[in-house]
Design a protein around this ligand. Structure first.
Ligand SMILES: [Zn+2]
Length: 102
């Protein structure tokens, strides 16, 4: 398991807009960044990413979550893998508490 406080610190350092824009092209809007949703087929841009709230949400398919959730859903990673990838991207070392079975 990864400690909760590490997750919080990681999410404070990571910018979800940077994370998402490494995978899909985002368009800057007045409030949110938007794009056609990567999780369902559409021609409009129902997918919104909030830099202020560090959250993504799709108005079409209801996909939503943090930067960790985006990587899990988009890259099909486990929670631990998503945390490790994000940690690498901001130069943080993942601290395990020794209870990992894997
Ligand atoms: Zn969607």
């Amino acid at each position: 398991m990864i400690e909760e406080k590490f997750i919080q610190e990681l999410l404070e350092r990571v910018d979800i807009v940077d994370v998402v824009s490494r995978h899909i092209q985002l368009e800057a809007g007045e409030v949110n960044f938007t794009a056609p949703c990567p999780f369902h087929t559409e021609t409009t841009s129902s997918f919104a990413v909030s830099r202020e709230r560090q959250f993504y949400h799709c108005f079409g398919c209801e996909a939503h979550g943090s930067a960790i959730g985006f990587l899990m859903q988009y890259s099909n990673l486990s929670f631990t893998e998503a945390v490790e990838e994000l940690a690498r991207s901001v130069g943080m070392a993942v601290e395990h508490d020794g209870t990992d079975s894997a």
